[in-house]
Design a protein around this ligand. Structure first.
Ligand code: ZN
Ligand code: ZN
Ligand code: FE
Length: 762
């Protein structure tokens, strides 16, 4: 038999996901000799054996990688055969790049789940079962390289059986850093709200009973605490809502498996793939009416955020209760997710009746991620647990290391150096001291993990955002302000490797413009390092400023006054019936005299105005609530549009929806439903955007066009825009990077890299 040799290089997500033991087993199955090792860019293999064995080895390599691995490139070349006998895993070399060493957390694999459910297995019902294919990673890492002593598992000494698995290259647990069993690993226990241990022999079974009885259980998970309750019980959900002081924001629901998810929702094949993906995000899917989920889980919402179990504890709880469970982040409104036992008892003691605690510490808090299928494409809306800290493909080389601080709401940050680009975990709205602290801790932790010391710190143009103030404290680095919508467009460009120039449609609620006003209906011509504003939307007055974003009736009122030249038919509009005449008059006066009434151009504000008026919603209880309801109300069967105009008298063209408002009011009088008016509105926004582009883009219409900003989380709007624009433009949407402010930091980093690279350093 002729012995041959091949050198194989594999790039992609191939470290910390059980790749080398899997290669080892494949090589042995094929009777090959040689070695496999990690290097700074992935995995390399030298394999020796017969032509046929090598071919079959290569074939299985690309055909069936471990569940969490992603092979981006696989190259091989022939090498002279060696007389090696046997196949070995070569230890990682000293000085190996830090930048690839900590993988994201992985959901329980099917092998581990089978063990947990097997009464004869030593890990039967053990909540911390894991292997190289699954288990916590990023959230338990304390330092790099990612090795057990540098994780929160350092506190546990492996028993002889676990150690044997850990040392055996043929075992699924070879070098599984969090490897554990009931004899040696973390322990689970139940406590009351005062922290007293409840002494339950089987905490999972008891907690399940408590859930069935309508109690609220705080469950310590991978990236933090969840608050759980029976999603089918209206009274349990109402109690959780009341105690969490969370008015109407939807709760996520965990379903036992895909079959259960299908019973609760109308999920497509693409949505099922997303639910079961190794990132295990919360997936927004169409809610099945009458499927048993209490209405209050997501009030007046046709969608529900579903997720599947991703730890053995989840699997056991869901099997034990055999019903969907609300699994919402364990935090108080406006605070970051709680991740320590003591803190959980302190902050959640007044919410939960029972605490399921354990002694494996969470080093890096990490919220659940959120995703949705938009225009047929999986789109990440909140990129956190399961995705972080996976490297994103970088469209450019960063000559100098960059930290981008992100936006003010739904904050994430970004680190970039060389060819590496990382988005940090979801931090939240930087409006409380706790969140600000969480932001600063997360930044310094990730800087350490990936070994990046920023020389450039990019931040939003808004002078008062916390992130802007924070950037100034980084005195060792140069700071660089990036306009909000410029960053949105750059983040979408980066996803598609577009160098620019591109046309960018950036639609969101608000972002500080270069003229000091609030932008958000912007059409920009973007070269990465700079932009030109081609068109916008007519400004809406926000009487009372920020107050108008909560009291959205104010925006509707000011818009009506604008559209009807001060004489709108208020008496025919139900929205205003509950509002005292004096208040109406006072607010109209503010807007008319332009006192405390800043102009806003955000498309989100138009959603607020229309939604408030035609759904009769005077107030928005959380960011984007009325806009979301206005989106949800639409009847997709309605294909008509409303009239609009393009204003040409300003410096740049602006979309004017006053004719649309007047037409909608007229149709309302003729008995049109909110469902039809909402669809008409969506269609009009899409058609108006095409017209705006025709007017503003001129011969630049052949450039690639990216759609970005928080409004692109609205699937109907995204789909209508794609339909309307698709025939005239080359359209690109978001996928791995959130279209909303959760993706902003990436765009800031790209812009900072381009600006500082161009000038050879600031
Ligand atoms: Zn496993
Ligand atoms: Zn053990
Ligand atoms: Fe934005």
């Amino acid at each position: 038999m002729n012995r041959l040799g091949r050198h194989i290089e594999i790039r992609g997500i191939v470290q910390g996901v059980g790749f080398r033991p899997w290669v080892y087993r494949l090589a042995r199955e094929n009777g090959l000799a040689g070695r496999v090792c990690n290097d700074s860019r992935g995995v390399t293999i030298d394999a020796f054996g017969s032509d046929r064995a090598l071919d079959s080895f290569l074939e299985s390599l690309s055909a069936s990688p471990p569940p969490a691995a992603r092979i981006r490139e696989l190259d091989w070349k022939p090498i002279p055969p060696e007389a090696a006998s046997g196949f070995v895993i070569v230890e990682s070399r000293e000085g190996e790049s830090r930048r690839v060493s900590i993988p994201p957390d992985l959901p329980t694999c099917s092998d581990c789940l089978a063990e947990v459910l097997d009464p004869a297995n030593r890990r039967h019902r053990y909540a911390f079962t894991n292997c190289t294919n699954c288990g916590p990673r990023f959230t338990i890492a304390r330092d790099v390289p990612y090795d057990r002593p540098a994780t929160t598992m350092a506190a546990f000494r492996m028993c002889a059986l676990c150690q044997r698995e850990y040392d055996d290259p043929g075992d699924r647990r070879f070098h599984a850093q969090p490897n554990a069993c009931p004899a040696c690993g973390p322990r689970l226990w139940a406590a009351g709200p005062g922290g007293e241990e409840l002494g339950w022999e089987d905490p999972i079974r008891h907690a399940a009973k408590a859930l069935e009885a309508g109690f609220i259980v705080a469950v310590k998970g991978i990236g933090g605490f969840h608050l759980a309750c029976d999603a089918t019980s209206a009274s349990a959900v109402a109690r959780l809502r009341a105690r969490k002081k969370r008015d109407e924001k939807p709760f996520a629901v965990m379903a036992r498996d895909l079959e259960a998810a299908r019973r609760l929702s109308h999920c497509s094949a693409e949505e099922e793939r997303l639910l079961a993906s190794s990132e295990r995000p919360i997936v927004l899917v169409g809610r099945r009416k009458g499927a048993g989920i209490a209405e209050d889980v997501a009030p007046r919402n046709p969608w529900v955020g579903l997720l599947l179990p991703y730890t053995p504890l989840h699997h056991l709880l869901l099997r034990e209760t055999d019903r969907p469970l609300v699994m919402t982040s364990g935090n108080l409104s406006g605070e970051p997710i709680v991740h320590g036992n003591a803190r959980a008892l302190e902050r959640l003691g007044a919410i939960a009746d029972v605490f399921l605690l354990h002694d494996r510490e969470i080093e890096s808090p990490c919220d659940d991620s959120v995703a949705r299928v938009i225009a047929g494409r999986p789109t990440v809306l909140r990129r956190s647990r399961g995705y972080v800290p996976r490297e994103l493909p970088s469209p450019r080389r960063f000559e100098r290391p960059v930290l981008a601080c992100g936006g003010h709401l739904k904050n994430t940050f970004c680190l970039a150096a060389g060819d590496s680009l990382y988005l940090g975990p979801h931090i939240g709205d930087l409006e409380t001291l706790e969140t600000v602290e969480a932001f600063e801790e997360a930044v310094s932790r990730l800087e350490r993990f990936v070994g990046i010391r920023p020389e450039i710190v990019a931040h939003d143009l808004h002078p008062e955002y916390h992130t802007t103030l924070y950037a100034r404290t980084r005195t060792e680095a140069r700071t660089l302000a990036v306009q909000h919508h410029h960053a949105h467009v750059a983040s979408a460009m980066a996803e598609h490797g577009l160098e620019g120039p591109v046309l960018g449609v950036a639609y969101d609620g608000t972002g500080f413009g270069t003229d000091g006003t609030a932008w958000g209906g912007e059409i920009l011509l973007v070269r990465t390092e700079g932009f030109e504003r081609l068109a916008t939307w007519r400004g809406l007055a926000l009487p009372g400023g920020e107050t108008a974003i909560r009291e959205v009736w104010r925006i509707a009122l000011a818009f009506l006054d604008d559209a009807y030249a001060g004489d709108p038919p208020l008496e025919t509009l139900a929205l205003f019936r509950g509002i005292p005449g004096q208040r109406l008059a006072a607010v109209r006066k503010l807007a008319a005299e332009r006192v405390a009434s800043p102009l806003a151009r955000g498309v989100g504000r138009y959603f607020d105005a229309f939604g408030s008026l035609f759904l009769c919603r005077p107030f928005s209880h959380f960011e984007g609530q009325v806009a979301l309801e206005w989106n949800a109300a639409a009847d997709p069967g309605e294909r008509g549009i409303l009239p609009f105009e393009i204003e040409r008298d300003g410096r740049i063209p602006a979309l004017d929806l006053r004719p649309a408002l007047r037409a909608a009011v007229a149709r309302l009088r003729e008995g049109a439903s909110a469902a039809s008016l909402s669809a008409l509105f969506h269609n009009t926004v899409a058609r108006g955007t095409v017209e705006l582009l025709r007017v503003a883009a001129g011969e630049r219409k052949d450039l690639p066009l990216v759609l970005t900003g928080g409004c692109l989380q609205n699937a109907l709007l995204a789909e209508r825009l794609v339909e309307e624009l698709g025939s005239d433009f080359r359209v690109f949407l978001h996928g791995d990077v959130p279209p909303g402010d959760g993706g902003l930091a990436l765009g800031q980093a790209i812009v900072a890299g381009a600006v500082t690279g161009k000038r050879g350093g600031l």
